[in-house]
Design a protein around this ligand. Sequence first.
Ligand code: DGY
Length: 320
Amino acid sequence: MADKPRLWITRKLSDATLERAARDYDTVVNLADTAGSADELIRASSEFDAIIPCHSEHFSAEVAARLDTRLKIIANHSVGVDHCDLPALKARGIAVTNTPDVLSDATAELAMLLMLGAARHAVAGDRIVRTGAWDFWSPSFMVGKQLTGARLGIIGMGRVGRAFAAKARGFDMEIHYYNRSELTPEMAQGATYHDSVDSLLGVADFLSLHCPATPETTGLMNAERFGLLPQGAVIVNSARGALVDEEALMAALDAGQVAAAGLDCFQTEPGGNPAFAAYDNIFMLPHIGSATARTRDAMGFRALDNLDAFFAGKTPGDLL
Ligand code: DGY
């Protein structure tokens, strides 16, 4: 029997994923669970036929140029692939896959949490109860913004955007979206299409970002665009930190143009933006949109499905 392909798994994936990987591949797992450095990725490329990385491992053009020809496939354990220079990897003949679909519901659920938490003072409310400082109540106390009937603008109506829209319909929100192309009526489910981001922003009492980070979308929400939102809008980002100009967001919060933000993604990760800590109206989580047990298994299995197809000589379902 031919030797099993050698596989390096850069982070501690779910138990079920690691068991299946160990069964089918000659697998080494980085159980220290630290992000793989450029040097580690380059070294691994001469020892392994395949790598399953996460968005924490950066395959830049410089790294791609130095990868050994032994490495044949990078089967990402993520839907986002902004950590991979795809043209540079393609030029080296390395296949790259991702894990779409399986994390859409978990991420949409988290976006809903962010939207609700931002709209209803979750940070300040939790703190005042937790610290024992809650000694007052009034009808004018911690008055938030209601979702029901409000206009929700979604930028990016891919799988996660549509899953989020489906959940928002349960809150009777009026859904508007911007996408590179208009959806079919079956997919749009009554959502109103805007052919430009700027047009969408004008009606977005709540705004949720669901597009990938690319050179075109970097800094998408800048000072000018925050200014196009209705006064007191709430913004949610569960996609990528690069989409938001963080200085401009703080200026918009200071001005009251944006009432609150719910953020799972930051320009600097891990870590986030320390200046955000001064804002009780920013409800923050540490990039855990897809972090449910069920979704972690599904992401791991999807990455392994892609590897299995590749090593069986077939085209992986999620080849980019
Ligand atoms: C993704 O899959 O892109 C999530 O952000 C987690 O990496």
